[in-house]
Design a protein around this ligand. Structure first.
Ligand code: KG4
Ligand code: ZN
Length: 338
């Protein structure tokens, strides 16, 4: 018998629904919330309201696109956390209502596990995924972690940021330069035509496999403040070089630790996941490093890097196979460690 999972993602500012049959993607609809651009960051109250408006049309369109009737869905998987509580409440309440109405099981998913398991979504016959155990660099707007993945639902964090996440470093530095939110993709684009060696920024030294980005942010801020004192047009005149140098620094902080972790664990299957894994500089640099070190490197397709429900549905699929269901008394968690 085949297994159809409806996935719901609403942890931050994207409302998404996806349908997966036996691990194969049938649809993955995402509704982005442009309203936050006006404020230079996600406004939680506005995010929950937008989820509330978007969730039914997004689910409806995911089911239609998948050509699946709601009676054919075997279970509904939703993001339980981590994320913005008001946003998570919309997705979890919808999922509970849907499961109750259809009399099907509910699967509460950890968003971070979802990002990592996005590698296992099969799409139009394409099925290239890491083998266990693999090492995953999970880099998003809220998290930066090195994770040993032993099995679909057996993961261990061996290193993580002690302050800002990599995505936050991109977004906060972009804000300082007056670039629109979210800054990560904008920096990525401008960095392509800049010189990564033009400027040097402090690389905070962090012991072991942990990361730190707040020192870099401060050093970037002070550097700009000094230069702007001399030349008020400094940012405008050097935007591309600033972006390229900043991106280069963030990538080298990340890759130094990946290299260290690979050595320590003796793992040569290396994956990246999360919103920042969309960064073209990171994708290129880890591919090159992998060739040098003899690793097999796994880079997710762009549409599976930032928040999406396909990753929640695939995590739900493996939980379903394990019989790991969630009761209706479950509440979303703003903090939800792996
Ligand atoms: O995984 P995600 O969609 O949401 C969270 O779970 O946080 O990640 C969003 C983060 C933002 O910080 C955004 O700036 C960053 O991913 N991001 C990028 C790129 N695309 C998205 N950062 C650098 N380069 C990109 N191309
Ligand atoms: Zn995410």
């Amino acid at each position: 018998m085949s297994v159809v999972i409806l996935g719901i993602e609403s942890s931050c500012d994207d409302t998404s629904a996806a349908v997966i049959r036996d691990g194969n993607l049938l649809s993955n609809q995402i509704s982005n919330q442009d309203v936050h651009r006006l404020y230079g960051g996600v406004v939680p109250e506005l995010a929950s309201r937008a989820h509330q408006a978007n969730i039914i049309p997004v689910v409806d369109s995911a089911l239609k696109l998948a050509n699946i009737n709601k009676n054919e869905v075997n279970a509904v998987a939703f993001t339980r956390g981590p994320g913005l509580l008001g946003s998570l409440l919309v997705g979890s309440s919808f999922a509970k209502g849907f499961a109750l109405a259809q009399n099907i099981p509910l699967l509460g998913i950890n968003h971070l596990q979802g990002h990592i398991l996005a590698h296992f979504v099969k799409d139009k016959g394409i099925d290239r995924h890491p083998s266990f155990p693999f090492l995953c660099l999970l880099v998003s707007g809220g998290h930066t972690q090195l994770v040993v993945v032993r099995n679909y639902l057996d993961m261990e964090i061996i290193g993580q940021t002690i302050d800002d996440a990599a995505g936050e470093a991109f977004d906060k530095c972009a804000k300082v330069m007056g670039l629109p939110y979210p800054g990560g993709p904008v920096i990525d684009k401008l960095a392509k035509i800049g010189n990564p060696q033009a400027f040097q920024f402090a690389k905070p030294l962090q012991k072991g496999l942990d990361f730190s980005f707040s020192g870099l942010k401060t050093s970037f801020l002070y550097f700009l403040r000094d230069r702007l004192n001399e030349n008020p047009n400094f940012i405008e005149q050097n935007k591309e070089d600033l972006c390229a140098s900043l991106q280069f620094t963030i990538i080298s902080i990340l890759l130094e630790k990946v290299e260290k972790a690979a050595k320590k664990t003796n793992i040569t299957e290396i994956a990246i996941a999360g919103g920042v894994s969309a960064n073209s500089g990171l994708r290129g640099a880890i591919t090159q490093l992998g060739e040098k070190r003899g690793w097999n490197v796994y880079i997710p397709e762009f549409r599976f890097t930032t928040d999406n429900a396909a990753m929640i549905a695939i995590a739900g699929y493996y939980k379903y196979l394990n019989g790991d269901f969630t009761g209706h008394e479950v509440i979303p968690l703003a903090r939800f460690p792996l």
